[in-house]
Design a protein around this ligand. Structure first.
Ligand code: XMP
Length: 513
């Protein structure tokens, strides 16, 4: 079934992912493609509308991009944003002036002219987000100017007869007060989308497509137990059942009981019909990590060993036709100019196992945002515990243990972490981006009963974060910290102190390594 869709043509701007996100919020499917997409391919995709993104280039001069002007003559509604607006103006005979006087950055007062189709319902005076140096000086003949600012004579223009619309400001950015409304008007009223994108139909269509593509072939999936690879694996299993083999490598650096939890869902007693291989590689990893204290070195060793283990398993399976990756939408469009991101390795520990001889990569989640991946996981019946998993790094607990990693230390951090997570969940603390226990390499004197102890300090870390690039330490309720502390020192051997990490990122990182 073909969904109604909006094509986002990417000119390399920083907010492209947001545009797709906003369109999706109208329950309409959006695809981001590089601006170099051919007219023939656009016609084949038959989008209901096209949005041209912002971008760092100028429409003229050395940095001008080579695009196809027929884009504006397809009869498909086009919305140009920022650079996209300038491009539309320029292509249709308007003029664009360079930097100097017209540049605007940040919140900008905008005056809306009456009668605009795109800006209908937007108050006469509003605030929008601007980020441009060039500006449109003259709108193309036949179009009308629909908004201005003190510096921009043409902050928006449109030519409804040609189905062309443009804004110099960024409606996709939340700082643009009426931005969501403007994009909704474009997608629903101007392009005529119905907004019928729902997860159920996405799942059904994807499963059908996978089935068709794989035919009688074999697929291999590296399962980490994280949300993305779990959802991808379940979708594949619904499509091709036992033609899929999931390989789950237990490197001995997983959270408490995690290996068994993954096996319970994907193993022979679980609800899914897949070949499941659980590799107990714990000792191998501990051996390799013996004596290693430097964090980057630990990461490298784990990445390499992971590949080696996976390679051995893949060889046992024999020829596979498809490798399944849990790549999600933000991974795909992170890189500029819409070039698909390079393949995401198994939770980026090491890189793609290039020895696995396969025809093609299947990425069933490449059109989904993280929250949509979770939602489809729920629809597929994956246990809530998996669906709600917080991020867990590929190198696992090795980067939550300062100094040398040993089986004993892993055990300490696993126990403490399980207690911390259990109590936080029980207390219903909300809005935490990530929370876990880590093991400092510090030992200090304590007293237990009549005995003097000389044991480790556990550190608790809980952060709030929007994007994991920056983070703040969370203000956990004191009674939660108190309870966790008491339980950890009482229940976990070799721990006599519990510390709370109050540091944000920067200057610290989220992980504790
Ligand atoms: P940091 O510690 O750099 O972490 O502030 C930011 C986010 O990235 C996660 N992280 C990783 N995820 N492989 C992963 O898949 C890794 O090697 C890795 N290192 C850090 C971390 O858990 C946090 O969510």
């Amino acid at each position: 079934m073909q969904h109604e869709s909006i094509l986002v043509l990417d000119f390399g701007g920083q907010y492209n992912q947001l545009i797709a996100r906003r369109v999706r919020e109208c329950s309409v499917y959006a695809e981001v493609h590089p601006y170099t997409m051919t007219i023939a391919d656009i016609e084949k995709m038959a989008p209901k509308g096209i949005i041209l993104t912002g971008g760092p280039n100028s429409v003229y001069g050395d940095s001008a991009l080579d695009y196809d002007k027929r884009l504006f003559e397809l009869g498909i509604p086009v919305l140009g944003i920022c650079y996209g607006a300038q491009l539309m103006a320029y292509a249709m005979g308007g003029t664009v002036e360079s930097a100097d006087s017209g540049s605007e950055y940040g919140h900008t007062d905008v005056e809306i002219k009456p009668g605009s189709k795109l800006l209908s319902g937007v108050p006469e005076k509003t605030v929008a987000w601007m980020s441009h140096s060039d500006h449109i000086e003259k709108a193309p003949a036949g179009s009308s100017i629909t908004a201005t600012t003190s510096k921009c004579p043409v902050a928006a223009f449109e030519d409804p007869s040609k189905k062309l619309f443009a804004t110099q400001f960024h409606p996709e950015v939340l700082h643009t007060v009426e931005g969501k409304k403007i994009l909704r008007t474009f997608v629903m009223d101007i392009c005529g989308c119905k907004g019928d994108w729902v997860m159920d139909s996405f799942i059904d269509t994807t499963i059908e497509q996978i089935r068709e593509k794989v035919g009688n072939g074999r697929a291999l999936c590296a399962l980490s137990g994280g949300v993305d690879s779990s959802v991808a694996a379940v979708m594949m299993s619904k499509a091709i059942g036992r033609q899929l083999t999931c390989v789950f490598v237990d490197h001995g650096l997983l959270r408490k009981d995690e290996g068994d939890e993954v096996a319970a869902v994907f193993g022979p007693d679980g609800p899914y019909d897949v070949e499941f291989v659980r590799v107990d590689a714990r000792q191998r990893f501990y051996d390799k990590l013996a004596g290693v204290t430097e964090p980057e070195k630990k990461r490298k060793i784990i990445g390499e060993e992971f590949i080696r283990v996976f390679e051995e398993e893949a060889k046992k399976i024999g020829k596979v036709d498809y490798l399944v990756q849990g790549t999600i939408y933000p991974d795909v469009i992170e890189s500029g100019l819409g070039d698909s991101a390079t393949i995401k390795s198994h939770h980026n520990v090491g890189g793609l196992p290039d020895y696995v001889d396969f025809k093609e990569i299947i990425e069933p989640l490449r059109m989904l945002f993280k929250d949509e991946v979770r939602e489809s996981g729920r629809k597929l019946g994956i246990p809530e515990k998996f669906v709600r998993r917080q991020p867990f790094p590929g190198p696992g607990l090795a980067i939550r243990i300062i100094g040398e990693v040993t089986a004993d230390k892993v055990k300490i951090v696993q126990e403490a972490d399980a207690i911390f997570r259990e109590e936080v969940d029980k207390a219903g603390v909300e809005n935490l981006g990530q929370y876990f226990a880590a093991l400092t390499n510090m030992r200090s004197v304590g007293v237990m009963g009549d005995y003097r102890t000389y044991d480790y300090a556990i550190v608790l870390r809980a952060v709030m974060t929007a994007d994991f690039m920056t983070a703040e330490a969370a203000q956990l309720p004191w009674d939660v910290i108190e309870k966790v502390t008491s339980r950890i020192v009482n229940e976990v051997d070799h721990v006599n102190r519990v510390l709370y990490d109050c540091t944000g990122k920067p200057p610290a990182t989220i992980e504790f390594e």
